[in-house]
Design a protein around this ligand. Structure first.
Ligand SMILES: Cc1cc2nc3c(=O)[nH]c(=O)nc-3n(C[C@H](O)[C@H](O)[C@H](O)COP(=O)(O)OP(=O)(O)OC[C@H]3O[C@@H](n4cnc5c(N)ncnc54)[C@H](O)[C@@H]3O)c2cc1C
Length: 411
Protein backbone atom coordinates (compact mmCIF):
# COMPACT_ATOMS: atom_id res chain seq x y z
CA UNK A 1 0.00 0.00 0.00
CA UNK A 2 1.34 3.43 -0.97
CA UNK A 3 1.63 5.99 1.81
CA UNK A 4 1.13 9.70 1.76
CA UNK A 5 1.28 12.32 4.47
CA UNK A 6 -0.62 15.59 4.40
CA UNK A 7 -1.79 18.19 6.92
CA UNK A 8 -5.43 17.93 5.89
CA UNK A 9 -7.14 15.22 3.89
CA UNK A 10 -10.52 16.26 2.50
CA UNK A 11 -12.70 13.36 1.37
CA UNK A 12 -15.08 14.48 -1.40
CA UNK A 13 -14.56 16.98 -4.18
CA UNK A 14 -18.00 18.61 -4.21
CA UNK A 15 -18.62 22.30 -3.49
CA UNK A 16 -17.63 21.94 0.20
CA UNK A 17 -14.49 19.85 -0.36
CA UNK A 18 -13.16 21.80 -3.34
CA UNK A 19 -13.71 25.15 -1.65
CA UNK A 20 -12.01 23.98 1.52
CA UNK A 21 -9.06 22.46 -0.36
CA UNK A 22 -8.58 25.62 -2.33
CA UNK A 23 -8.83 27.97 0.65
CA UNK A 24 -6.44 25.90 2.78
CA UNK A 25 -3.90 25.77 -0.05
CA UNK A 26 -4.30 29.53 -0.39
CA UNK A 27 -3.20 29.75 3.24
CA UNK A 28 -0.16 27.61 2.48
CA UNK A 29 -1.54 24.50 4.20
CA UNK A 30 -0.65 21.16 2.62
CA UNK A 31 -4.01 19.69 1.61
CA UNK A 32 -5.10 16.58 -0.29
CA UNK A 33 -8.63 16.34 -1.73
CA UNK A 34 -9.94 12.91 -2.73
CA UNK A 35 -12.73 12.66 -5.31
CA UNK A 36 -14.06 9.24 -6.18
CA UNK A 37 -15.16 10.18 -9.71
CA UNK A 38 -12.78 10.74 -12.61
CA UNK A 39 -14.36 14.12 -13.41
CA UNK A 40 -17.03 16.50 -12.14
CA UNK A 41 -19.43 15.75 -14.98
CA UNK A 42 -22.56 14.69 -13.21
CA UNK A 43 -25.92 15.99 -14.30
CA UNK A 44 -28.65 17.28 -12.02
CA UNK A 45 -26.66 18.47 -9.03
CA UNK A 46 -27.10 21.69 -7.15
CA UNK A 47 -26.49 24.28 -9.83
CA UNK A 48 -27.51 27.41 -7.98
CA UNK A 49 -24.72 29.81 -7.09
CA UNK A 50 -26.23 32.30 -4.69
CA UNK A 51 -25.12 35.90 -4.07
CA UNK A 52 -23.18 34.74 -0.97
CA UNK A 53 -20.97 32.41 -3.05
CA UNK A 54 -20.54 34.99 -5.78
CA UNK A 55 -19.47 37.48 -3.11
CA UNK A 56 -16.73 35.05 -2.08
CA UNK A 57 -15.57 34.99 -5.69
CA UNK A 58 -15.43 38.77 -5.50
CA UNK A 59 -13.44 38.68 -2.24
CA UNK A 60 -11.03 36.26 -3.88
CA UNK A 61 -10.67 38.60 -6.87
CA UNK A 62 -12.04 36.01 -9.30
CA UNK A 63 -15.57 37.23 -9.92
CA UNK A 64 -15.00 38.60 -13.43
CA UNK A 65 -13.44 35.34 -14.56
CA UNK A 66 -16.14 33.38 -12.76
CA UNK A 67 -18.92 35.28 -14.49
CA UNK A 68 -17.43 34.52 -17.89
CA UNK A 69 -18.52 30.91 -17.35
CA UNK A 70 -21.89 30.18 -18.99
CA UNK A 71 -24.73 30.85 -16.60
CA UNK A 72 -28.27 32.21 -16.41
CA UNK A 73 -29.34 34.81 -13.84
CA UNK A 74 -32.40 35.04 -11.63
CA UNK A 75 -32.98 38.18 -9.57
CA UNK A 76 -36.34 37.14 -8.04
CA UNK A 77 -38.09 33.91 -7.13
CA UNK A 78 -41.74 34.29 -8.08
CA UNK A 79 -44.64 31.91 -8.31
CA UNK A 80 -47.46 32.26 -10.79
CA UNK A 81 -50.52 32.18 -8.60
CA UNK A 82 -54.02 32.45 -10.03
CA UNK A 83 -52.64 34.40 -12.95
CA UNK A 84 -50.66 36.84 -10.83
CA UNK A 85 -47.01 36.49 -9.95
CA UNK A 86 -46.19 36.54 -6.25
CA UNK A 87 -42.56 37.19 -5.43
CA UNK A 88 -41.19 35.09 -2.56
CA UNK A 89 -37.59 36.24 -2.67
CA UNK A 90 -36.20 39.40 -4.20
CA UNK A 91 -32.40 39.64 -4.48
CA UNK A 92 -32.19 42.95 -6.30
CA UNK A 93 -31.40 45.15 -3.31
CA UNK A 94 -28.94 42.88 -1.56
CA UNK A 95 -25.74 44.64 -0.46
CA UNK A 96 -23.53 42.48 -2.66
CA UNK A 97 -21.75 42.85 -5.98
CA UNK A 98 -23.90 40.29 -7.77
CA UNK A 99 -27.49 40.45 -6.49
CA UNK A 100 -28.90 37.42 -8.29
CA UNK A 101 -28.70 33.64 -8.33
CA UNK A 102 -26.41 32.35 -11.07
CA UNK A 103 -27.50 29.02 -12.54
CA UNK A 104 -24.30 27.34 -13.51
CA UNK A 105 -23.67 23.63 -14.09
CA UNK A 106 -21.98 22.34 -10.96
CA UNK A 107 -19.21 20.76 -13.04
CA UNK A 108 -18.21 24.20 -14.39
CA UNK A 109 -18.12 25.58 -10.85
CA UNK A 110 -16.03 22.65 -9.59
CA UNK A 111 -13.68 22.75 -12.59
CA UNK A 112 -13.18 26.45 -11.88
CA UNK A 113 -12.30 25.74 -8.24
CA UNK A 114 -9.98 22.89 -9.25
CA UNK A 115 -8.20 25.09 -11.75
CA UNK A 116 -7.74 27.81 -9.13
CA UNK A 117 -6.60 25.28 -6.53
CA UNK A 118 -3.91 23.84 -8.79
CA UNK A 119 -2.18 27.23 -8.83
CA UNK A 120 -1.23 26.76 -5.19
CA UNK A 121 1.78 24.50 -4.61
CA UNK A 122 0.34 22.80 -1.52
CA UNK A 123 -2.93 21.75 -3.25
CA UNK A 124 -3.25 18.11 -4.27
CA UNK A 125 -6.40 16.79 -5.93
CA UNK A 126 -6.60 13.02 -6.42
CA UNK A 127 -9.42 12.18 -8.82
CA UNK A 128 -10.76 8.60 -9.18
CA UNK A 129 -9.76 8.09 -5.56
CA UNK A 130 -12.27 6.95 -3.02
CA UNK A 131 -11.82 7.30 0.74
CA UNK A 132 -12.72 3.84 2.02
CA UNK A 133 -11.89 3.71 5.70
CA UNK A 134 -10.79 5.95 8.54
CA UNK A 135 -7.43 5.18 10.14
CA UNK A 136 -7.67 5.38 13.91
CA UNK A 137 -5.11 5.57 16.64
CA UNK A 138 -6.89 4.96 19.93
CA UNK A 139 -9.80 7.39 19.81
CA UNK A 140 -8.27 9.78 17.28
CA UNK A 141 -8.70 9.76 13.50
CA UNK A 142 -5.20 9.93 12.06
CA UNK A 143 -5.84 9.38 8.39
CA UNK A 144 -7.80 7.66 5.64
CA UNK A 145 -7.37 4.55 3.55
CA UNK A 146 -8.24 5.14 -0.05
CA UNK A 147 -8.53 3.25 -3.25
CA UNK A 148 -7.55 4.75 -6.60
CA UNK A 149 -6.53 3.80 -10.11
CA UNK A 150 -3.02 2.96 -8.88
CA UNK A 151 -4.27 0.75 -6.07
CA UNK A 152 -4.58 1.23 -2.33
CA UNK A 153 -3.28 4.30 -0.54
CA UNK A 154 -2.93 5.19 3.13
CA UNK A 155 -2.97 8.90 3.85
CA UNK A 156 -1.97 10.17 7.26
CA UNK A 157 -3.26 13.61 8.17
CA UNK A 158 -3.52 15.96 11.16
CA UNK A 159 -7.14 16.44 10.19
CA UNK A 160 -9.56 14.47 8.01
CA UNK A 161 -12.57 16.41 6.72
CA UNK A 162 -15.50 14.47 5.32
CA UNK A 163 -17.15 16.47 2.55
CA UNK A 164 -18.47 13.32 0.91
CA UNK A 165 -22.11 14.32 0.70
CA UNK A 166 -25.42 13.23 2.11
CA UNK A 167 -24.64 9.50 2.00
CA UNK A 168 -21.29 9.89 3.75
CA UNK A 169 -20.01 6.45 4.66
CA UNK A 170 -17.07 7.82 6.63
CA UNK A 171 -19.17 9.82 9.06
CA UNK A 172 -21.05 6.63 9.81
CA UNK A 173 -17.76 4.85 10.47
CA UNK A 174 -16.87 7.64 12.86
CA UNK A 175 -20.07 6.90 14.77
CA UNK A 176 -21.68 10.24 13.89
CA UNK A 177 -25.37 9.76 13.15
CA UNK A 178 -27.75 12.43 11.84
CA UNK A 179 -31.14 13.48 13.18
CA UNK A 180 -33.55 13.16 10.26
CA UNK A 181 -36.63 15.26 9.48
CA UNK A 182 -39.53 14.27 7.23
CA UNK A 183 -38.93 15.80 3.80
CA UNK A 184 -41.82 17.85 2.33
CA UNK A 185 -41.39 16.48 -1.20
CA UNK A 186 -39.29 14.49 -3.62
CA UNK A 187 -38.03 15.89 -6.90
CA UNK A 188 -37.84 14.49 -10.41
CA UNK A 189 -35.13 16.20 -12.46
CA UNK A 190 -35.82 16.31 -16.18
CA UNK A 191 -34.56 17.97 -19.30
CA UNK A 192 -36.56 19.25 -22.27
CA UNK A 193 -35.29 21.38 -25.16
CA UNK A 194 -35.94 25.12 -25.02
CA UNK A 195 -37.07 27.56 -27.68
CA UNK A 196 -36.53 31.32 -27.45
CA UNK A 197 -40.28 31.84 -27.81
CA UNK A 198 -41.09 29.75 -24.70
CA UNK A 199 -42.82 31.61 -21.92
CA UNK A 200 -42.46 29.49 -18.81
CA UNK A 201 -42.31 30.99 -15.30
CA UNK A 202 -39.53 29.92 -12.95
CA UNK A 203 -42.03 28.29 -10.61
CA UNK A 204 -45.56 27.18 -11.42
CA UNK A 205 -47.86 25.28 -9.15
CA UNK A 206 -51.23 23.69 -9.47
CA UNK A 207 -51.40 21.00 -6.88
CA UNK A 208 -48.21 19.79 -8.47
CA UNK A 209 -45.22 22.06 -8.80
CA UNK A 210 -42.67 22.69 -11.52
CA UNK A 211 -39.44 24.67 -11.31
CA UNK A 212 -38.10 25.52 -14.78
CA UNK A 213 -34.49 26.57 -15.07
CA UNK A 214 -33.42 28.20 -18.32
CA UNK A 215 -30.20 26.47 -19.42
CA UNK A 216 -29.90 28.13 -22.82
CA UNK A 217 -30.82 25.41 -25.28
CA UNK A 218 -32.79 23.33 -22.78
CA UNK A 219 -35.00 23.59 -19.73
CA UNK A 220 -33.87 21.86 -16.58
CA UNK A 221 -37.12 20.93 -14.88
CA UNK A 222 -37.71 20.01 -11.26
CA UNK A 223 -41.08 18.28 -11.03
CA UNK A 224 -42.21 18.09 -7.42
CA UNK A 225 -43.85 14.91 -6.19
CA UNK A 226 -44.86 13.77 -2.74
CA UNK A 227 -42.14 12.14 -0.60
CA UNK A 228 -41.78 8.48 -1.51
CA UNK A 229 -44.18 8.97 -4.44
CA UNK A 230 -41.84 7.95 -7.26
CA UNK A 231 -43.11 4.36 -7.39
CA UNK A 232 -46.66 5.69 -7.96
CA UNK A 233 -45.47 8.08 -10.67
CA UNK A 234 -43.80 5.16 -12.46
CA UNK A 235 -46.89 3.01 -12.08
CA UNK A 236 -49.05 5.73 -13.65
CA UNK A 237 -46.67 5.81 -16.61
CA UNK A 238 -44.81 8.31 -18.72
CA UNK A 239 -47.96 9.62 -20.41
CA UNK A 240 -49.35 10.75 -17.06
CA UNK A 241 -46.02 12.41 -16.28
CA UNK A 242 -46.07 14.23 -19.63
CA UNK A 243 -49.64 15.40 -18.92
CA UNK A 244 -48.66 16.62 -15.46
CA UNK A 245 -45.82 18.67 -16.91
CA UNK A 246 -47.85 20.14 -19.76
CA UNK A 247 -50.60 21.14 -17.38
CA UNK A 248 -48.03 23.35 -15.66
CA UNK A 249 -46.04 24.41 -18.71
CA UNK A 250 -48.31 24.21 -21.79
CA UNK A 251 -45.48 25.52 -24.03
CA UNK A 252 -43.74 22.18 -23.58
CA UNK A 253 -46.64 20.12 -24.96
CA UNK A 254 -44.90 19.46 -28.28
CA UNK A 255 -41.60 18.45 -26.66
CA UNK A 256 -42.44 16.71 -23.43
CA UNK A 257 -42.04 13.34 -25.14
CA UNK A 258 -38.31 14.01 -25.24
CA UNK A 259 -38.56 12.43 -21.80
CA UNK A 260 -38.61 9.12 -23.61
CA UNK A 261 -37.91 6.62 -20.84
CA UNK A 262 -37.42 6.39 -17.09
CA UNK A 263 -33.68 6.69 -17.74
CA UNK A 264 -34.41 10.35 -18.53
CA UNK A 265 -36.02 10.83 -15.12
CA UNK A 266 -33.61 11.45 -12.25
CA UNK A 267 -35.25 10.93 -8.90
CA UNK A 268 -33.99 12.94 -5.96
CA UNK A 269 -35.21 11.46 -2.69
CA UNK A 270 -35.03 14.65 -0.65
CA UNK A 271 -33.30 14.35 2.70
CA UNK A 272 -33.32 16.84 5.51
CA UNK A 273 -30.95 15.89 8.31
CA UNK A 274 -28.09 17.16 10.43
CA UNK A 275 -25.49 15.74 12.72
CA UNK A 276 -25.72 16.56 16.40
CA UNK A 277 -21.96 16.50 16.57
CA UNK A 278 -19.90 17.36 13.50
CA UNK A 279 -16.50 16.25 14.78
CA UNK A 280 -14.42 13.93 16.86
CA UNK A 281 -10.68 14.12 17.48
CA UNK A 282 -8.94 14.37 14.10
CA UNK A 283 -12.18 14.46 12.07
CA UNK A 284 -14.65 17.13 10.95
CA UNK A 285 -17.78 16.80 8.77
CA UNK A 286 -18.94 19.71 6.59
CA UNK A 287 -21.46 20.35 3.81
CA UNK A 288 -24.10 17.74 3.10
CA UNK A 289 -22.19 15.20 5.17
CA UNK A 290 -23.01 17.35 8.22
CA UNK A 291 -26.46 18.52 7.07
CA UNK A 292 -28.51 17.54 4.01
CA UNK A 293 -30.81 20.37 3.01
CA UNK A 294 -34.19 20.38 1.29
CA UNK A 295 -33.89 21.81 -2.25
CA UNK A 296 -36.22 24.70 -1.24
CA UNK A 297 -34.38 27.91 -2.05
CA UNK A 298 -31.52 25.97 -3.66
CA UNK A 299 -29.29 26.69 -0.67
CA UNK A 300 -27.43 23.35 -0.39
CA UNK A 301 -24.39 24.32 -2.46
CA UNK A 302 -24.06 27.66 -0.77
CA UNK A 303 -24.30 26.35 2.77
CA UNK A 304 -21.67 23.76 1.88
CA UNK A 305 -19.39 26.52 0.57
CA UNK A 306 -19.98 28.64 3.68
CA UNK A 307 -19.02 25.70 5.90
CA UNK A 308 -15.79 25.40 3.95
CA UNK A 309 -14.98 29.09 4.39
CA UNK A 310 -15.62 28.95 8.14
CA UNK A 311 -13.46 25.82 8.41
CA UNK A 312 -10.60 27.43 6.49
CA UNK A 313 -10.83 30.58 8.64
CA UNK A 314 -10.95 28.77 11.98
CA UNK A 315 -8.90 25.64 11.40
CA UNK A 316 -6.54 26.79 8.62
CA UNK A 317 -4.18 28.79 10.86
CA UNK A 318 -4.11 25.93 13.40
CA UNK A 319 -3.28 23.41 10.66
CA UNK A 320 -0.46 25.65 9.49
CA UNK A 321 0.95 25.51 13.04
CA UNK A 322 0.25 21.77 13.29
CA UNK A 323 -1.87 22.13 16.41
CA UNK A 324 -5.51 21.39 15.58
CA UNK A 325 -7.41 20.69 18.77
CA UNK A 326 -10.91 19.30 19.24
CA UNK A 327 -11.91 22.78 20.47
CA UNK A 328 -11.12 24.24 17.01
CA UNK A 329 -13.44 21.74 15.41
CA UNK A 330 -16.10 22.55 18.00
CA UNK A 331 -15.77 26.21 17.01
CA UNK A 332 -16.54 25.35 13.39
CA UNK A 333 -19.65 23.49 14.45
CA UNK A 334 -20.70 26.29 16.81
CA UNK A 335 -20.35 28.82 14.01
CA UNK A 336 -22.13 26.83 11.31
CA UNK A 337 -24.80 25.00 13.33
CA UNK A 338 -26.83 28.17 13.82
CA UNK A 339 -27.21 29.00 10.09
CA UNK A 340 -27.96 25.33 9.41
CA UNK A 341 -30.67 25.15 12.07
CA UNK A 342 -32.33 28.40 11.00
CA UNK A 343 -32.25 27.51 7.31
CA UNK A 344 -33.60 24.01 7.88
CA UNK A 345 -36.29 25.34 10.23
CA UNK A 346 -37.43 27.84 7.59
CA UNK A 347 -37.40 25.16 4.90
CA UNK A 348 -39.47 22.85 7.11
CA UNK A 349 -41.98 25.52 8.20
CA UNK A 350 -42.47 26.85 4.66
CA UNK A 351 -42.55 23.30 3.34
CA UNK A 352 -45.38 22.40 5.76
CA UNK A 353 -47.39 25.39 4.61
CA UNK A 354 -46.82 24.82 0.91
CA UNK A 355 -46.86 21.05 0.64
CA UNK A 356 -49.56 18.55 1.44
CA UNK A 357 -48.42 15.21 2.71
CA UNK A 358 -50.81 13.03 0.73
CA UNK A 359 -52.56 12.54 -2.57
CA UNK A 360 -51.49 13.71 -5.99
CA UNK A 361 -51.73 17.39 -5.20
CA UNK A 362 -48.40 17.75 -3.49
CA UNK A 363 -48.60 21.53 -3.35
CA UNK A 364 -51.09 23.40 -1.28
CA UNK A 365 -51.16 26.19 -3.83
CA UNK A 366 -53.90 26.71 -6.41
CA UNK A 367 -53.36 28.01 -9.90
CA UNK A 368 -55.47 29.56 -12.60
CA UNK A 369 -59.09 29.92 -11.60
CA UNK A 370 -59.52 26.69 -9.71
CA UNK A 371 -61.10 28.70 -6.90
CA UNK A 372 -59.06 27.06 -4.17
CA UNK A 373 -58.10 29.18 -1.24
CA UNK A 374 -54.66 30.71 -1.38
CA UNK A 375 -52.83 29.77 1.86
CA UNK A 376 -52.47 32.64 4.33
CA UNK A 377 -48.72 32.29 4.21
CA UNK A 378 -48.74 33.04 0.46
CA UNK A 379 -51.23 35.89 0.88
CA UNK A 380 -48.80 37.57 3.26
CA UNK A 381 -46.38 37.99 0.36
CA UNK A 382 -49.17 39.51 -1.72
CA UNK A 383 -50.10 41.99 0.99
CA UNK A 384 -46.57 42.88 2.07
CA UNK A 385 -44.30 42.68 -0.98
CA UNK A 386 -41.38 44.00 1.12
CA UNK A 387 -41.33 40.58 2.84
CA UNK A 388 -39.74 39.20 -0.32
CA UNK A 389 -36.65 41.31 0.41
CA UNK A 390 -36.29 39.61 3.80
CA UNK A 391 -36.55 36.15 2.24
CA UNK A 392 -34.24 37.35 -0.54
CA UNK A 393 -31.65 38.07 2.10
CA UNK A 394 -32.18 34.79 3.94
CA UNK A 395 -31.95 32.76 0.74
CA UNK A 396 -29.36 34.81 -1.11
CA UNK A 397 -26.91 35.66 1.65
CA UNK A 398 -27.96 33.41 4.50
CA UNK A 399 -27.97 33.85 8.21
CA UNK A 400 -24.29 34.19 9.01
CA UNK A 401 -22.32 34.96 5.88
CA UNK A 402 -18.64 34.10 5.95
CA UNK A 403 -15.79 36.19 4.55
CA UNK A 404 -12.55 34.79 3.23
CA UNK A 405 -9.45 35.77 5.18
CA UNK A 406 -6.66 37.65 3.37
CA UNK A 407 -4.42 35.60 1.12
CA UNK A 408 -1.17 34.21 2.50
CA UNK A 409 0.27 32.51 -0.57
CA UNK A 410 0.79 34.70 -3.63
CA UNK A 411 0.49 32.98 -7.00
C1 LIG B 1 -30.26 15.80 -7.88
C2 LIG B 1 -29.85 16.92 -6.95
C3 LIG B 1 -30.25 18.22 -7.23
C4 LIG B 1 -29.91 19.25 -6.36
N1 LIG B 1 -30.30 20.52 -6.64
C5 LIG B 1 -29.85 21.53 -5.89
C6 LIG B 1 -30.05 22.89 -6.25
O1 LIG B 1 -30.69 23.19 -7.26
N2 LIG B 1 -29.50 23.85 -5.47
C7 LIG B 1 -28.74 23.54 -4.37
O2 LIG B 1 -28.20 24.47 -3.73
N3 LIG B 1 -28.56 22.29 -3.98
C8 LIG B 1 -29.06 21.28 -4.71
N4 LIG B 1 -28.78 20.01 -4.37
C9 LIG B 1 -27.99 19.77 -3.19
C10 LIG B 1 -26.55 20.13 -3.47
O3 LIG B 1 -26.09 19.45 -4.63
C11 LIG B 1 -25.73 19.79 -2.27
O4 LIG B 1 -26.26 20.42 -1.13
C12 LIG B 1 -24.30 20.24 -2.42
O5 LIG B 1 -23.74 19.75 -3.61
C13 LIG B 1 -23.52 19.79 -1.21
O6 LIG B 1 -22.16 19.90 -1.45
P1 LIG B 1 -21.15 18.92 -0.73
O7 LIG B 1 -19.82 19.29 -1.26
O8 LIG B 1 -21.36 18.95 0.74
O9 LIG B 1 -21.56 17.45 -1.17
P2 LIG B 1 -21.70 16.82 -2.62
O10 LIG B 1 -22.01 17.83 -3.64
O11 LIG B 1 -22.62 15.67 -2.48
O12 LIG B 1 -20.25 16.32 -2.97
C14 LIG B 1 -19.71 15.17 -2.37
C15 LIG B 1 -18.58 14.70 -3.26
O13 LIG B 1 -17.91 13.66 -2.59
C16 LIG B 1 -17.65 12.62 -3.51
N5 LIG B 1 -17.54 11.41 -2.69
C17 LIG B 1 -18.51 10.75 -2.03
N6 LIG B 1 -18.00 9.73 -1.32
C18 LIG B 1 -16.67 9.77 -1.53
C19 LIG B 1 -15.58 8.96 -1.07
N7 LIG B 1 -15.77 7.93 -0.24
N8 LIG B 1 -14.33 9.25 -1.48
C20 LIG B 1 -14.10 10.30 -2.34
N9 LIG B 1 -15.11 11.08 -2.82
C21 LIG B 1 -16.35 10.83 -2.40
C22 LIG B 1 -18.82 12.64 -4.45
O14 LIG B 1 -18.50 12.05 -5.69
C23 LIG B 1 -19.08 14.14 -4.58
O15 LIG B 1 -18.33 14.71 -5.63
C24 LIG B 1 -29.15 18.96 -5.20
C25 LIG B 1 -28.74 17.65 -4.93
C26 LIG B 1 -29.08 16.64 -5.80
C27 LIG B 1 -28.61 15.23 -5.48
Amino acid sequence: MRELSTRCCVVGGGPAGMTLGLLLARQGVDVTVLEKHADFLRDFRGDTIHPSTQELMYQLGWDEEFHRLPHARLDRISIDLQGRPVTFADFRRLPVHHPYVAFMPQWDFLDFLAEKGRRFPSFRLLMSTSGTELVMSEDRVTGVRASGEDGELEISADLVVTADGRHSALREQAGLAPVTYAPPMDVLWLRVSRRPTDSIPFFTASGRGLVSIDRGDYWQLAYLIRPGGFADVRREGLTALWEGITELAPDLADRVEEIASWDDVHHLAVRVDRLRRWYRPGLLCIGDSAHAMSPAGGVGVNLAVQDAVATANIVGPRLAEGTVEEGDLARVQARRMWPTRITQALQIVIGRRLFRPDGHRVLNVPLGNDGARVPAFVRLFRWFPALSRVTGRLVGIGVRPERVEPERVRV
